[in-house]
Design a protein. Structure first.
Length: 207
């Protein structure tokens, strides 16, 4: 099973000297619309406890801009968040759709071999249930209808497959592989289609 970022305290992010390994960002939240006139933002948090969004230290967007959580309070399915760097409604409105990340290194380990963060799947090799190489996971997306894995084959464009038990029946993070069922993943047509009787024309039926 996979997990959202947990809510336990985490160590500070690594320095810029590269001493703690490769840069791996984990998506923690997405900023929605502005709330009120004082710069509060509606934020969708992906942490186990939404209010724990600020426990990992500063958040960063794709451009490297910093966002420090001053306060966060729940409202229905989102958080109303005050960021130290956002002073008014106009500034908050500009952030609509901004994704917020932390470095993977600041998140504690899951402590369970069967649990992992979705971002841990990036870089794993994808093989079919019959052992054929499919490619490598390059991204994890969610467009609102469930998680989707983007896989890059050795040649050609990337493909998208649903991240479901049927499409991805086995995940071995330690071995750096995922097993894909091609039919359930939409990479191959069902064999039932090959067994279907061929259509005949009206002239052939008369003969």
């Amino acid at each position: 099973m996979y997990t959202n970022p947990p809510t336990s305290e985490a160590p500070p992010p690594p320095g810029k000297d590269g001493s703690d390994g490769a840069d791996r960002r984990v998506l923690l939240a997405v900023i929605g619309g502005a709330h009120g006139i004082r710069g509060e933002c509606r934020v969708k948090s992906f942490t186990d406890e939404p209010e724990a969004l600020g426990r990992y230290g500063p958040l960063f967007d794709e451009k490297g801009n910093r966002y420090t959580v001053k306060s966060a309070r729940p409202q229905k399915s989102v958080l109303l968040v005050r960021f130290a760097e956002v002073g008014d409604r106009t500034a908050a409105e500009r952030l609509n759709g901004t994704e917020l990340f932390v470095d993977r290194s600041v998140l504690p380990e899951t402590g369970d071999a069967d649990e992992f963060y979705l971002d841990d799947l990036i870089g794993l090799s994808a093989i079919s249930v019959s052992g054929e190489a499919i490619g490598r996971v390059v991204a994890v997306h969610n467009f609102g209808a469930g998680d989707i894995l983007e896989i890059a084959p050795e040649a050609g464009p990337t493909v998208m497959i649903p991240f479901s038990e049927a499409a991805v029946p086995e995940i071995d993070v330690e071995a750096a592989t995922i097993t894909v069922e091609p039919v359930a993943a939409g990479l191959e047509a069902s064999g039932d289609e090959d067994d279907a009787p061929a259509e005949t024309t009206e002239e052939e039926d008369i003969r």
